[in-house]
Design a binder for this molecule. Structure first.
Ligand SMILES: Cc1cc2nc3c(=O)[nH]c(=O)nc-3n(C[C@H](O)[C@H](O)[C@H](O)COP(=O)(O)OP(=O)(O)OC[C@H]3O[C@@H](n4cnc5c(N)ncnc54)[C@H](O)[C@@H]3O)c2cc1C
Length: 395
């Protein structure tokens, strides 16, 4: 049987970063990826937070546009503009493909067309079973540690990492890649748009428009299931509104439709057990207010690789250290964001109140966007005063 020190399931930003950084510290890491081409099937708006490329040492060549404007549209369609960052746009073909190449160049082994099936404990570690989609055979690797990073489809039921409420956090998304005959208005390419409104069946919708070199990614999501035709008509209506503002004079020559699930619930309560850990979206590390999960995915991969490199001879300890690092870094913030989202959804006019406050108080988005462990006492005091101001207006 093949052997490895670490088997990683999934080659998205989480798995690829874990593989790259584990391999860099001398660990033999094998990544099992079900797709034939890494990133080719990922459905994503692929917006990156400011300085993502520098933080994860990814070539700037993957960036399509720097986007210093964030336009938030409230429940009545009102636009509130914040300047930030700038953020960036890319595509997942480029991001995931680049991260996988970088991981390979550090010595990680990436096995595409390898569909994870099961993991079993044995006296020396774990046996990971997967289907080799090239030859249809079931194969196995013996390993000391396992990192699950297979995204929102990682139900993990029946394992110690299972979470009964996982399915309640699943959002159904649909996105168009809109290819235009002529470019849209120049402002389109400097802006990330997010839209929050009540749509069909009185369901809360989160929509977006992110510009790419050769297309605009226009999409939306609703929590739970929605019939395909209704979701499509919802997206058609959003696309029409965006078209009127951003490309009134340009004809569309091609639209590609893509859909996927995204987990937008609370982070998974148990993130490690024995020598197994879970990261990225599979761990529920997605910001429920805006769907951002790429940064969280890459950072959790980094944290796992660092814990394993530090406690190479005690993988259970490494996994525990990882879980505690992820908890202190992300879990509190993401839980608060989920509470905020529920609070806003109960009275959709609250979105407008919040966006207005964000747009007119430039320090607020800056402090909110920073990671909570880096906040100073003054930042915290400022935040509390802003929360009080918001609650006063929104209640
Ligand atoms: C429509 C949409 C728009 C989004 N927009 C943004 C955005 O603009 N910015 C942002 O930061 N985030 C965005 N997200 C969220 C972001 O896509 C995820 O948070 C991010 O991809 C998580 O990375 P990951 O590595 O954890 O998992 P993924 O990127 O989902 O990667 C998981 C990998 O595991 C593989 N896999 C799955 N099952 C198996 C298996 N059984 N065996 C082997 N391999 C397997 C998959 O093929 C995939 O390559 C968006 C999500 C959606 C759905």
């Amino acid at each position: 049987m093949d052997t490895a020190e670490l088997v990683i399931v999934g080659c998205g930003p989480s798995g690829a970063t874990a593989a790259r950084e584990a391999a860099r510290s001398g660990l033999h890491a094998v990544v099992l990826e079900k797709d034939a081409v890494v990133g080719a099937k990922r459905v994503c708006a692929a917006g990156l937070r400011p300085r993502f490329c520098e933080e994860f040492d990814v070539p700037r060549a993957i960036v399509h546009f720097d986007t210093p404007r964030l336009a938030l549209f409230d429940a009545d369609g009102g636009e509130h503009v914040l300047t930030f960052g700038p953020g960036h746009t890319t595509t997942r073909e480029e991001l995931d493909g680049t991260l996988a190449r970088l991981a390979s160049s550090e010595g990680a082994e990436i096995r595409t067309q390898s569909l994870f099936r099961a993991v079993h404990r044995n006296e020396r570690g774990f046996t990971v079973e997967f289907a080799n989609l090239r030859n249809g055979k079931r194969e196995a690797i013996a390993t000391r540690a396992v990192f699950f990073a297979q995204g929102s489809t990682a139900v993990l039921e029946g394992t110690p990492l299972g979470y009964g409420e996982w399915r309640d956090g699943i959002m159904t998304t649909l996105q168009y890649r809109v290819y235009l005959e002529r470019p849209a208005l120049p402002i389109t390419y400097q802006t990330l748009e997010m839209h929050y409104y009540v749509g069909n069946e009185r369901r809360q919708v989160v929509g977006w428009m992110f510009p790419k070199k050769d297309h605009l990614a226009i999409g939306l999501g609703v929590i739970g299931k929605m019939q395909g035709a209704k979701l499509r008509s919802e997206l058609d209506a959003l696309t029409e509104r965006i078209a009127k503002r951003l490309y009134p004079a340009s004809r569309v020559h091609h639209v590609k439709t893509e859909g996927h699930l995204l987990y937008m619930g609370a982070p998974r309560p148990v993130m490690s057990h024995d020598g197994i850990a879970v990261g990225g979206t599979a761990a529920g590390l997605v910001d429920p207010t805006n769907g951002e999960g790429i940064y969280e995915a890459a950072m959790s991969g980094r944290l796992f690789a660092a814990s394993l490199a530090e406690h190479r001879n005690d993988v259970a300890r490494a996994a525990r250290r990882y879980a505690s690092a992820v908890r202190s870094r992300f879990v509190g913030r993401l839980r608060q964001r989920l509470k905020l989202m529920h609070y806003l959804e109960r009275k959709p006019e609250r979105f407008g109140v919040l966006f207005e406050q964000l747009a007119t108080t430039p320090r607020l988005p800056e402090v909110l966007h920073g990671e909570s462990h880096r906040r100073t006492l003054a930042d915290r005091a400022f935040l509390y005063s802003q929360i009080a101001r918001f609650l006063l207006k929104a209640s």
